[in-house]
Design a binder for this molecule. Structure first.
Ligand code: ATP
Length: 428
């Protein structure tokens, strides 16, 4: 591997059940194609012969079940072949889920239809949760199912920008470059990238999302049989652990996949043994998962927001709009960061009301803030409403009382109610 001046085409032969792990260079994209054999990227098959372009910094693996030859054009940060992967155990899980989907489908006209699998993927940061979730979804979609992807990870959103929890049906294997197609995701705005900012709000939003999905499943046998795959946060200690249990419970998960941590596995196995219909399965972390420092995570959050407005390959052009202060109604949910109970006098509440919705005065503090556009019709519906999208504040003119913001589309916002959290972005 390594970066070499000038681009050169390189051929790599992959033996069966091995993968080519690649980190694209920081500043140039990489072209790659499948020359012969069959191969997939995180569950999505590569088309034969066709050159594909991968954007800078992308980290991925090309895996082959039966052997393949890959051609690469361009430089990489690293690329190497690995023949030890946990892929066989992952695809075995898929086979079991598939059988359950078939059983659910067969019972869909019964008076009490069986639910499709509700899989939740848990584990520490950098254990490959998002990647395993995507593989399970893509393998299911390839077989014609329409599983629902639920992303509860507010730190590194796979469906939309950070600070949100979201769900979307997956109808086709996930495109390894473009990611999840954003037709109509169901998105709730939490507004922060760590759950400790407002644990109560996080739980309420998880519950809202679960209830809406439950309602959708009731009327849709295909989605119900296909089930869901839920990706979670890497925070598994203390409150993080409590939130995992809350998610398992709220979504009625019946398969818990624990990636790469013995302790978490045994804790969950123990606490869930009273629920015989919940399977807790331990899976190995792939050696290919790239660890990310806090700084790298911060950066990737920032790229995610950039992608929302400009597209992954700069194919979108957001609009700059100007509004009067009086046109926009900005609200905040709850107070500032929560003090731990132990830091307060006995009997005191850590926070008066974490779900209280309060209006925000427009001032210079709003500069560079990312706001969500709520579907709420009234301020008191803000907590329980999903959001249409996001805007980014680029200028505040206090004299003329004008606010300039970036929006993915031109024209009026779908609602005048905006939600502010602590999510900011510095356009680069
Ligand atoms: P977090 O909880 O911190 O969000 P995670 O557990 O969800 O992390 P992933 O996002 O799945 O971890 O993986 C981290 C990075 O490693 C991603 O960029 C992913 O594309 C990459 N990665 C995962 N598996 C492989 C692999 N086998 N080869 C190369 N790169 C990989």
């Amino acid at each position: 591997g390594g970066t070499s001046a000038g681009s050169s085409i390189k051929q790599m032969k992959l033996e069966k059940e091995s993968e080519l792990r690649i980190e694209v260079a920081n500043d140039t994209p990489l072209r790659l194609r499948l020359l012969n054999g069959t191969a997939e990227i995180f569950g999505t098959e590569l088309p034969p012969q066709m050159w594909l372009s991968f954007p800078p910094r992308l980290k991925f693996a090309v895996f082959t079940w039966y052997g393949a030859t890959i051609e690469m054009d361009g430089s990489t940060e690293t690329d190497y072949t690995a023949d030890e992967t946990p892929m066989v155990s992952y695809v075995n899980v898929h086979a079991i889920l598939d059988a359950r989907r078939n059983r659910a489908k067969a019972s869909s006209t019964d008076s009490e239809p069986v639910q499709g699998p509700r899989v939740i993927v848990v584990g520490p940061t950098d254990s490959g949760k998002s990647t395993l979730s995507k593989m399970l979804l893509s393998w299911a979609a390839k077989q014609g199912w329409k599983p629902t992807f639920v992303d509860l990870d507010i730190g590194q959103g796979a469906i939309t920008i950070p600070g949100c929890i979201a769900a979307t049906p997956i109808e086709l294997p996930i495109d390894p470059v473009e990611g999840i197609s954003l037709e109509m995701p169901l998105v709730y705005f939490y507004g922060h990238t760590t759950p400790s900012q407002n644990v109560e709000l996080y739980k309420v939003l998880v519950k809202e999302l679960a209830e809406i999905l439950q309602r959708q499943f009731t009327g849709n046998a295909e989605s119900r049989a296909s089930g869901m795959v839920i990706n979670t946060m890497g925070w598994i200690e203390g409150v993080g652990y409590e939130l995992l249990l809350h998610a398992i419970d709220t979504f009625n998960a019946n398969v818990v996949l624990v990636l790469g941590q013995e302790k978490l596995f045994s804790m969950l196995k123990d606490v869930l043994k009273s629920k015989p219909n919940v399977d807790v399965v331990k899976l190995q972390r792939s050696g290919g998962v790239v660890s990310r420092s806090a700084k790298v995570r911060q950066k990737s959050r920032s790229y995610r927001i950039r992608e929302y407005f400009y597209g992954i390959v700069n194919d979108l052009s957001p609009h700059s709009n100007i509004a009067n202060f009086s046109d926009l109604f900005i609200y905040r949910i709850g107070g500032g960061p929560q003090a731990p109970r132990s830091a307060l006098p006995i009997g005191a509440d850590p926070i008066a009301n974490p779900l209280r919705v309060t209006p925000v005065n427009i001032d210079r503090d709003l500069l560079h803030v990312v706001l969500a556009v709520s579907y709420a019709q009234e301020p008191d519906q803000i907590v329980s409403s999903n959001v249409a999208g996001f805007i980014y504040i680029t200028d505040i003119d206090l004299q003329r009382k004008k606010i300039t913001y970036l929006s993915p589309t031109a024209g009026e916002l779908p609602s005048k109610y905006l939600i502010m959290g602590t999510l900011t972005w510095l356009e680069t």
